[in-house]
Design a binder for this molecule. Structure first.
Ligand SMILES: [Zn+2]
Length: 138
């Protein structure tokens, strides 16, 4: 990916001035949101190594599981809590859009992050409301 291309995370910035430096290891994402965006971008680029490296060792699976059939097509951040450089935990709620074949899907997730040794890590995610089946009745 060219550094002047628009960043896949949808920030509106160029890749080389957004997630690029995080993915190439030249700087650490300063906030949970920056880490979350860079992990989305890593997904779009199939960077399993980055997903693995930024997953907290306590919750990291053996295989991060980048699904090759999935084509990520957009990211919308709904809410963030804490996750700033002076915090030790953070939360980001987002909707990621993707396609499998020609079929569009959306992933609504509330992700938890924690900071250790000056680095932000992804810890865990729970499904947001948009993933749950509609409520029965009124
Ligand atoms: Zn970005």
């Amino acid at each position: 990916m060219n550094p002047t291309d628009p960043c896949p995370c949808g920030s509106g910035h160029e890749f080389g001035a957004c997630c690029g430096p995080y993915l190439d290891g030249s700087i650490e994402p300063p906030t949970a949101l920056a880490l979350m965006r860079s992990r989305y971008t890593a997904n779009t680029l199939g960077r399993e190594d980055y997903l693995q490296a930024t997953w907290h060792p306590e919750t990291r699976p053996a295989q991060p599981g980048v699904a090759p059939a999935v084509r990520w097509s957009g990211l919308r951040v709904l809410e963030t809590r804490a996750g700033n450089p002076e915090d030790t935990t953070g939360m980001v709620e987002f909707i990621a859009l993707y396609r499998v074949g020609s079929r569009p899907y959306r992933l609504h997730e509330i992700s938890q992050f924690s900071r250790a040794g000056g680095r932000w890590y992804y810890r865990s995610g729970t499904a947001g409301a948009a993933n749950k089946p509609p409520r029965q009745g009124g």
